[in-house]
Design a protein. Sequence first.
Length: 400
Amino acid sequence: MTDPWLTLVGLNEDGLDGLSPAALRALDAAETVFGGPRHLSLAGAGERGRPWPVPFDVAPVLACRGRPTVVLASGDPFWFGAGGSLAAHLAPQEWRCHAQPSTFSLLASRLGWKLEDTVCLGLHAGHVEQLLPHLSPGRQSLVLLRDGAAVAALADWLVQEGWGDSRLEVMESVGGPRERRRAWRAAEAAQALAADPACAPVAVAVLAQGGAALPLVPGRPNHWYANDGQITKAPARALTLAALAPRHGECLWDVGGGSGSVAVEWCLAGGSAISLEQHAARADNIRLNARRFGLQARLRVVQGVAPEALAELQALARPQAVFVGGGFDAELFERLQALMPAGCRLVVNAVTLETEALLVQLQAEHGGQLLRLEISSAEPLGRMRSWKAARPLVQWSWQR
């Protein structure tokens, strides 16, 4: 084909008036036009219009391969739009894109915010908890939301998390004739929105104030996590994450997840994780902690017992690192060794003499690093204070 059959067109709230001549020509020539109902109406697609299926699926577009087709998306189709999902299935010569300023760019231009200093999140189908790691006093965020109910839910969540003093600017239909902008403190927003709800398309600018920010480095305080006492404590967790050495996009197997705190901090560092936990109540805690930090899409929980359940983990994703926080034995090591790809990192923490003896033996046979960690904390002793020692922790880290 000399010309691409598919054209991606960024469409803002000013409709056809904002399109370039080339984008208008592509739209005129299209046999089929895909987009959300709002986009199809703005473009006057008429009988050629095809709304996206729910749940979202690119298959109807790909079925039009070879015939003139347009896909409409808000602003820049490659920023929280359909562009990336489609391009993954196409050769470069099959498509072209006519982008407009993204919604984030339009919002920043209204607010006078530097876009490079602003957190930008598209949470149309996401969870408001994804904002949590980005909240710190004075930090700016732009959040795209599904509808007015999602705006009220965001305000309520901010209040629950202690950020009720944050300033919210609710911005509707930015860039079009129906544009509207209103501002409140988060603690005031829910009541105001109940009286006059926001309408889609809607975004919220958040200037965070008043809350306690989540620390950026591993070893976050234990109180951030739902747990029944079975949790890798903060100092040991920091050393464990340092040994696991997370990299962006890597997958961790967390075997014997407990509270899932190690898996959570791995995901916060940019990876994904599968946490294996045999106890139902603890598996529920891991899910709660994943939800607390907005990690539902990146932290999966498998309820089962190692080593039998490792096959289920293998079916989900190959690991770049494996952490075993308890229940380690020679049989589990043999199974893990057989499943771990070359270069995969293994970190095992032990507090029992039997597991410690096994780690000493394995380090002698396979190499790696063996550490003994002894941590004490100051606690009251009568009218004074003294050191209270935690159980010594032996850690073996090894690369396949």
